[in-house]
Design a protein around this ligand. Structure first.
Ligand SMILES: [Zn+2]
Length: 390
């Protein structure tokens, strides 16, 4: 059997339209069969509907922790984007490979798979695990089930390499994110008699402003981290809906807000500040006019931040394999690393080929040079896992 190179595998992977919320099973089956050809078994962890799956596979001894290579198989939609070529057909031009997911992040998955023959043939002492998830782009949906599954395993990976596009630089942190809906119930009446009603929009607006002011408060409290380009946890309201017509005092209003928080900030405490203000300052005023008024909160989505110590062994490993010294860099975009760290206590580094600059955009590409760098990373990893056991 002639081994496939990274570019050939990437060509196949890009051909599967694995836009988030659609089935990734064709791709997963391809990977499972590919691994099977090398005698590597896969565990599939399906979603409730059974149309998407995470894949987990271990190469090498199963009684040691080892290193996990993590990648998401889904890609962002191409709808509404102007592409110069078919986004699901890899196209090479001037050293750049164009296609949806080429950078984010099928390039990393392809390089991991291309190294499987060496991993298998080298009789590595340290296991290498492959963890490929679904629906990362819509809130790390698949990885949550993967974490639950891995929690049950006796031996868990020790280090996680999250192959999101970082141009092979080792990234040691990212913010976490939570989004919530706040729903206000007031009392409607004819707008000529406003004192008979409770205006849900106006009371909601009080809370929107309070949430906005949290940005400034955290800055004043010095809850900052200069490694981030936006150096504090941020708050913003992105959607608001309320009222029916201009001449009725609105009974209902809801708005959605998000917090992108520094991993070191106590997110629960911050959110309690917001809900306490609503319950203690706004709600009593509403209920004084009508006892049935209410404010409720519900969480829409979220993932934890990632925070890895720059001196940790995982960072040293990743930077020695990539030949890029770690600069202590942190990024604004989220990854599955936060979930693995929170749920499994894995030490994680984000390091993968391609640039986040190209991710999510039309004419997404990865350079052949970046794929070569990632191939070299994988070869060095195999070598390391052959020499040492952990
Ligand atoms: Zn990604």
């Amino acid at each position: 059997m002639q081994p496939l190179n990274t570019e050939q595998i990437l060509n196949t992977l890009v051909g599967f339209n694995t836009t988030s919320r659609t089935s990734n099973l064709e791709l997963i089956n391809y990977v499972r069969n590919y691994l099977g050809d090398y005698g590597v078994g896969s565990t599939l962890i399906y979603n409730d509907e059974g149309d998407r799956a995470n894949l987990y596979a271990t190469i090498g001894p199963d009684d040691l922790s080892g290193v996990m290579l993590s990648g998401h198989t889904d890609v962002v939609p191409v709808k509404g984007q102007n592409w110069d070529s078919d986004p699901f057909k890899l196209k090479l031009q001037d050293g750049l490979l164009y296609g949806r997911g080429s950078s984010d992040m099928k390039g990393f998955i392809a390089a991991s798979l291309a190294a499987v023959p060496q991993m298998v043939g080298s009789h590595i002492k340290t296991p290498i695990h492959l963890a490929f998830s679904y629906d990362e782009e819509i809130g790390c949906v698949g990885a949550k089930d993967l974490v639950d599954k891995l929690k049950l395993m006796e031996v868990k990976p020790k280090y996680g390499i999250i192959g999101e596009p970082t141009s092979m630089q080792s990234i040691i942190g990212h913010k976490g994110k939570r989004s919530y809906r706040a729903e206000f119930t007031g009392l409607s009446c004819h707008s000529a008699y406003i004192d008979d009603g409770v205006n849900a929009i106006e009371y909601a607006a009080h809370l929107v402003l309070f949430i906005q002011q949290m940005n400034q408060k955290l800055l004043q409290r010095g809850q900052t981290d200069s490694a981030y380009s936006v150096n504090h946890s941020t708050f913003q309201t992105g959607v608001i809906k309320g009222g029916t017509v201009i001449n009725i005092v609105p009974k209902t209003c809801h708005f959605d807000f998000e917090v992108r928080h520094l991993p070191q900030d106590d997110i629960e405490a911050i959110l309690t500040e917001i809900t306490s203000y609503a319950e203690q300052e706004i709600l009593p005023e509403m209920q004084a006019k009508n006892a049935d008024c209410n404010i409720t909160f519900s969480m829409l989505s979220g993932y934890p931040g990632m925070h890895t110590h720059p001196d940790s062994a995982c960072v040293a490993l990743a930077s020695s394999l990539s030949h890029h010294a770690c600069q202590g860099e942190k990024v604004s975009f989220g990854t599955e690393g936060g979930l693995f760290q929170e749920g499994l206590n894995l030490s994680c580094v984000v390091c993968g080929p391609g640039s986040i600059e190209q991710a999510h955009k039309p004419n997404e590409f990865i350079s052949q040079a970046q794929l070569v760098e990632c191939d070299n990373f994988m070869q060095a990893l195999v070598h390391q896992c052959k020499e040492a056991s952990f």
